[in-house]
Ligand binder design. Structure first.
Ligand code: ZN
Length: 314
């Protein structure tokens, strides 16, 4: 029998610093030979990136913010002397698309799903001839955004686009609405590697404001059927198929918790006030605990709206 040990606080601090959650930030990880994953720094709002080396070029997954692109560009060069010819925006959000200009200036063609461009047109009204939109708001607080220009994707695919040079095959798929209407997945069928954009994250960073949680659960069901063995999420560390399973399980549990309150006839105020109790309850399930934010009001609100509820009173 082992004796209980007292662990000095300094050691605990050291362990926390080295904890997997932050250990891989801003480092290049080889997913399989020629396929790389780079975990972005959440403290700077950066998304994750991926890239795939083909015979003659490199395909990059997500543009990141301009400051994120500046970190990733030299790292891509460290792994390959081939030019970056294509950059995919997995969706239209700032941290996945605002770095576009840097990649385009370096010679890349910007790709996205047709729906991702449609979403961009709705929120980037400043670029598309209307009132200032999200980009202008972001430029007020981010010098890296202010120093560049919005550059929308130019090569669009409604459902699928395949890059195949005879050695390497990368499939871009649109499976339906999830994190946004335009979510694109990057699937390497031979290697069974999947890049999900923010349709899957690995930690408490789900942004549901442009999504539909009910549709998201259904879309992830299709995504599970790919049979991915390595999953590279939009935020948080990479892992295996459990990322898809747990992400979906979190939304199912969240939806169920809110529906119970709706079915019990609770008011909008009562449901809003139940958010801390919902969070505590969800944290009890080990495989979804990491998805529960300190304050998941936005998640509960989104489900409530989808179930026919109203905006929570202030
Ligand atoms: Zn996003």
């Amino acid at each position: 029998m082992s004796h209980p040990r007292i662990i000095p606080p300094a050691l605990i601090a050291l362990f926390l610093l080295a904890a997997p959650a932050f250990a891989q930030i801003n480092t290049t990880q080889t997913v399989v030979p020629g396929v790389y994953f780079h975990e972005g720094d959440p403290r700077r709002g950066h998304s994750n990136n991926g890239w795939v080396v083909f015979d003659d070029f490199v395909f990059v997954i997500d543009a990141n913010y301009p400051s994120g692109a500046q970190i990733v560009m030299p790292k891509v060069k460290e792994t390959s002397d081939k030019p970056v010819r294509f950059v995919l925006n997995t969706h239209h959000h700032a941290d996945h698309a605002y770095g576009n200009q840097l990649w385009a200036d370096a010679g890349a063609t910007l790709i996205a799903s047709t729906a991702a461009l449609e979403e961009m047109k709705k929120v980037e009204t400043g670029f598309f001839g209307g009132e200032p939109g999200r980009w202008e708001a972001s430029a007020m607080t981010r010098p890296d955004v202010a120093a560049t220009k919005l550059k929308p994707p130019v090569m669009l695919f409604p459902k699928d686009l395949i890059l195949d040079d005879g050695h390497r095959r990368v499939e871009l798929h649109w499976f339906g609405t999830g994190h946004t209407r335009g979510d694109a997945y990057v699937w390497l069928p031979k290697e069974k590697v999947l890049f999900t954009g923010d349709a899957c994250v690995n930690g408490p960073s789900n942004n549901v404001n442009d999504g539909n949680i009910g549709e998201w659960i259904k879309t992830l069901e299709l995504v599970k059927q790919l049979g991915a063995e390595k999953v590279c999420p939009g935020h948080g560390p990479m892992g295996g198929p459990e990322i898809i399973v747990d992400q979906q399980a979190y939304f199912i549990a969240l939806q169920r918790a809110v529906k119970q309150l709706v079915d019990a006839g609770k008011s909008a105020t009562e449901i809003r006030d139940a958010v801390p109790a919902i969070a505590t309850e969800l944290k009890k399930t080990p495989n979804i605990a990491r998805y529960v934010m300190t304050n998941p009001t936005a998640h509960v609100q989104r489900v409530y709206l989808e179930l026919g509820g109203q905006v929570f009173p202030k």
